[in-house]
Design a protein. Structure first.
Length: 197
């Protein structure tokens, strides 16, 4: 992927882009599908808790990106990707709930960060940007779920203001192994303060 014309790298070389920055340049989104598939497939193959048992195929990742970008264009979602030294090292997104009674809310459905860059702030930068995107889009409650053994991610979410609202014990099945499904929420309504009188 050619990122030479994209600016905004931090001092450590991290470039964080949103959906609008990806779509302004013809071919950028198409070029993202291959690196995104490799990132997700490598993480799933290594046992990452991303919702897949087997690594996703190219068509599945392309369909996922199309769905998320369509949501972002409609104001119903956000996509963030992270590059370090020109290489895709992370991606995450949220989408609004489809049910009409849940439309004020959204779910942070995926956050994937290359294990080689853990500890460099990529996950924090992606998640913080997605939280701000949700706040700016008027989302009232941003939810997510994580596998109970993913302490690194759970700690990150708590540090950004998410709180646990439920836990389904031994809900996630990976072969014979079972893990808790931990449910988190960030309620922006509580952060807004009391209504003006």
């Amino acid at each position: 992927m050619d990122l030479e014309s994209i600016t905004g790298a931090s001092a450590d070389g991290l470039v964080l882009l949103g959906a609008s920055e990806l779509t302004w340049r013809q071919g950028t989104v198409a070029a993202l599908a291959g690196p995104a598939r490799r990132l997700l497939a490598d993480l799933v193959a290594a046992g990452a808790a991303l919702g897949w048992v087997d690594p996703p195929g190219p068509d599945e990742v392309a369909e996922l990106l199309d769905r998320v970008l369509a949501g972002a264009r409609a104001g119903d979602g956000a996509l963030r990707v992270a590059f370090l030294d020109g290489r895709l090292v992370g991606l995450g997104y949220w989408l609004r709930y489809a049910r009409p009674t849940h439309r004020p809310h959204a779910d942070l459905e995926k956050l994937a960060v290359d294990g080689a860059v853990h500890g460099r702030g990529v996950g924090r930068a992606l998640t913080a940007a997605l939280v701000e995107d949700a706040r700016a889009a008027g989302v009232e409650v941003l939810t997510l779920d994580a596998r109970g053994d993913n302490e690194r991610a759970l700690g990150l979410y708590r540090s950004l203001g998410f709180s646990e609202y439920g836990r389904l014990h031994d809900f996630v099945a990976v072969g014979a192994r079972r893990y808790d499904k931990v449910l988190y929420a960030l309620d922006f309504r509580r952060q807004a303060g009391p209504p003006a009188r």
